[in-house]
Design a protein around this ligand. Structure first.
Ligand SMILES: CC(C)(COP(=O)(O)OP(=O)(O)OC[C@H]1O[C@@H](n2cnc3c(N)ncnc32)[C@H](O)[C@@H]1OP(=O)(O)O)[C@@H](O)C(=O)NCCC(=O)NCCS
Length: 149
């Protein structure tokens, strides 16, 4: 495997902040301030994605209940995008979360790259939420639901 996934600690806040900053765009609002990043690391299981020991991205989830995990972060530094690393990160994370009955997330309906990654990894489009983050923009829900077919 080319990528290494290292569980982040609070000490990684500056690495996470700069990775978040590097991917900011109109569909993705980054977590940048020290307090916000630390709150995120405390609330979620955050992993720093490393290639050749260099941090190139992040992937994270929050356990909502013992049956339900919510993927709440995926970033790949633009210098490393388009090489399949985002997809590899979601493949790795979904394997890790295979015991949860429901794994879901939200993304912007125009965030084609992320939608492709999730569809390729077995997620289905599961809903539409207007103004989900209060930014006036909609989000779509994607989910993997297991053991209930
Ligand atoms: C979304 C993101 C993580 C994708 O990372 P990535 O490493 O570039 O993704 P991949 O290389 O695995 O590409 C995934 C798919 O997107 C498609 N893709 C890649 N580059 C593309 C481009 N420039 N335009 C359109 N589609 C593209 C490809 O079809 C690829 O699928 P393939 O493996 O079948 O070719 C990255 O763009 C990012 O950090 N974006 C900002 C943060 C964000 O939006 N996160 C997701 C929130 S839910």
């Amino acid at each position: 495997m080319i990528l290494n996934f290292r569980k982040a600690s609070l000490n990684d806040w500056e690495i996470i902040s700069s990775l978040e900053k590097s991917v900011a765009n109109k569909f993705y609002f980054p977590i940048i301030k020290e307090k916000e990043v630390k709150d995120y690391v405390n609330k979620s299981e955050v992993y720093v994605i490393e290639k050749d020991r260099k941090p190139i991205g992040t992937v994270s989830y929050e356990e909502k209940s013992k049956d339900h995990a919510y993927i709440d972060g995926l970033t790949i530094n633009p210098k490393y995008q388009g090489r399949g690393y985002g997809s590899e990160a979601i493949h790795w994370l979904t394997k890790k979360l295979s015991e949860y009955k429901r794994v879901d997330l939200v993304t912007h309906p125009h965030n084609s790259k992320s939608i492709i990654i999730y569809l390729k990894n077995g997620f289905l489009i599961d809903g539409w939420r207007d103004n989900y983050f209060g930014d006036g923009e909609p989000r779509i829900v994607l989910s993997q639901v297991k053991n209930n077919l």
